[in-house]
Design a protein around this ligand. Sequence first.
Ligand SMILES: [Zn+2]
Length: 368
Amino acid sequence: MLSDSARFSSVEWLTPNLEPPPALRDFVSAEESTLGDAIAFPGLINSHDHLAFSCYSPTGSPPYLDFLAWSRDVQAKSEMIERIERIPYAVRVQFGVLKNLLWGVTVIADHGGRQNCLSLPIAIMRHCTLHSPELEKWASLKLRFGGSTIVAHLAEGVDDASRERALALLRWNVASRPVVGVHCVSLRDADFAKLAALVWCPASNFFLFGRTADIAQAAAHTRVLFGTDSPLSAPGTIWDHIRTARAYFSGEALLSSLTAEAAHFWGLPDSRAADNFVIARRRAASAWDSFYAITPSDILLVVHDGSPALIDSRLVEEIMLPGFEAVTCEGTCKYVKMPLNAMLEAVRSAAPDFDCDALLERFCTGAL
Ligand SMILES: [Zn+2]
């Protein structure tokens, strides 16, 4: 058993029970002089996002009793929706991937996303989903007649009716299909035992409802994974969300819900752990304080499946990185393995009045 962190050279590895990957050790020993003091951890797994919604900003007039009222307010913004949906679907997904990459995420569960053949620097998982059972035809039958894990927004509201609708749906799960509930704000106590896992999205819950699920009860009855949800309902970066979650979880448990626990639950290969890691600038004496203080500008390196996907300009010269393009993030320059200029050009062409600078600012700072 290792301690909560392991220091080697100028880097502290922040993962209980997992050796630092050999590739990380090699990189640190080669780059120590430019790296400076840093922390490192496995690539994050964002267990809930909607990549195609990443060009939106938080919308609505919260607080709400349930997501249905919020959804009506969003749908009423038809002009905004029409303007954003002019951007091609694949490009909106690319921006969702860029957002996650800037945050240090290497695997994303894309709820309801469509298959596409984009070449991407990080991984997208897609599962059988019920978007929101209340709005989906034949939701109970879809739950009943299927075998694989199914992911659904459940109990997304603070009233008893939200809980009752979720429990009524789950009563149809007569074959004990693994159900992953997203949000589950109004579930109580043993309700959570009906779930194979809860995907907890605290930023979305607090934005829409001013409260979140009873996470201690949830953790007592099922696995708790961590998701950001889309910026339509979740202001801030994943790091702002993680800071919110600090009040509910120990650092080890929270990081595990974003890495090892999520990898195990989603069936990702064990070998993944050795090839996916993040190095971030150290901002505090304590490694955990430093973890909770991260903003996207602090991310120095993201490695996915053994290959760099994001590199801070302090570590490398652009000329050494064919296929990478530069993005400015809170005054720092990141090289990302994405066709950023083509993505921006696609937006300008399809939606000339869309503010790409504000979008990238939101990704990097969480500013509205
Ligand atoms: Zn969602």
